[in-house]
Write a new protein. Structure first.
Lengths: 251, 82
């Protein structure tokens, strides 16, 4: 739980436990199951992501009402929409998946704040994509970081994608268009901005490593519209040990 | 000049190589990157792989506004026809 003066964000991180697909799917509502890809890895990943979303939402709503009929469907632009008993509620969720790990964060909907989460598996490989993913300014930030370049690149990308999600519904088409203006990988924080945002609001991002069952991952949580949270958030995220990653009771 | 269907085939191959979950998934020109499962990093890398294989140079400013596979193919065709 990330508590600031104005916003509580609940985060859940769930590894793939290689359980039969019917088990995580069985925890979803019929409306959610209908959204899942028909077969294959995509179906498995979808179920894992929705499971993380339910965990985050359960934490956020436990003090109020945790309904068994709560589900996460898709809005008109593909964004996750939370419903209880089939009706929209004032709660938002962001979902991410990579490799064998899913993450989600949930918060009460407000006009002035928003959050976004992203997770990426660490492979140690450099993100050799020319100037597609990073602007020249970002390449400058990456060149001066004090961690290994491949880690810095992945951390920067994860921060950009989390920030991109926090910008919904005013996000650019591609997460790469969100630009990092500050990056401190050792401290685990970054500041992003969307060049198309007329107010140029800063998006603060906390970045940390998380141990999954198969690999290490980078997790980023971005918040838009709250200026005091970042040091606490980074500290809290850094304290997530692998044994606190949520395991579902999948039988 | 490479044909459009050959470019699409190269893209599909690289999408699946970077995102195994897309194996067996029908990928069409109307598909946005988001509709392909939101694997934006891996899909961006697949686009980069494809451009490199086909020796096409497309700037960041041209690539970022692309909405779907069809628009990307339009761009690739324009560049390859120069």
């Amino acid at each position: 739980v990330i508590a600031t003066s104005s916003l509580d964000v609940h985060i859940a991180v769930i590894p793939d436990q290689a359980a039969p697909l019917k088990l995580p799917l069985g925890q979803l509502t019929p409306a959610e199951r209908a959204l899942a890809p028909p077969s294959g890895l995509g179906r498995h990943h979808f179920a894992l992501g929705r499971a993380a979303a339910h965990e985050a939402l359960g934490g956020l709503l436990s003090a109020h009402a945790r309904s068994p009929s709560m589900d996460v469907v898709r809005g008109s632009n593909g964004e996750p929409r939370v419903r209880i008993d089939g009706r929209p509620v004032g709660v938002r969720v962001s979902i991410a998946h990579s490799g064998e790990l899913a993450a989600a964060c949930a918060w009460h909907d407000r006009e002035d704040v928003a959050a976004g989460v992203d997770v990426e598996r660490m492979t140690g490989a450099s993100l050799e994509t020319g100037d597609y993913l990073f602007s020249s300014r970002e390449h400058g930030l990456l060149a001066t970081t004090d961690v290994e370049l491949s880690t810095a690149q992945l951390g920067a990308w994860t921060a950009k994608e989390a920030a991109w999600k926090a910008l919904w519904p005013h996000q650019p088409r591609h997460p790469a268009a969100v630009e990092l203006v500050e990056l401190d990988m050792s401290a685990g924080c970054a500041v992003a901005a969307h060049p198309g945002d007329p107010e140029r609001r800063p998006i603060r991002v906390a970045i940390t490593a998380v141990a999954g069952l198969d690999s290490d991952y980078i997790l980023a949580l971005a918040l838009l519209g709250d200026s005091i949270w970042v040091s606490n958030l980074t500290t809290i995220l850094k304290t997530i040990p692998s044994h606190e990653i949520k395991y579902l009771a999948l039988g | 000049m490479m044909r459009r269907d050959e470019m699409l085939a190269a893209l599909k191959t690289n999408f699946v190589a970077r995102v195994p979950a897309l194996r067996g998934v029908t990928i069409g020109e109307q598909d946005s990157f988001h509709s392909l499962g939101g694997h934006s990093l891996a899909l961006s890398q697949a686009v980069s792989d494809t451009l490199q294989q086909l020796r096409l140079t497309i700037s960041r400013e041209q690539l970022l506004p692309v909405r779907n596979v069809g628009e990307l193919l339009d761009l690739m065709e324009r560049v390859s026809g120069r």
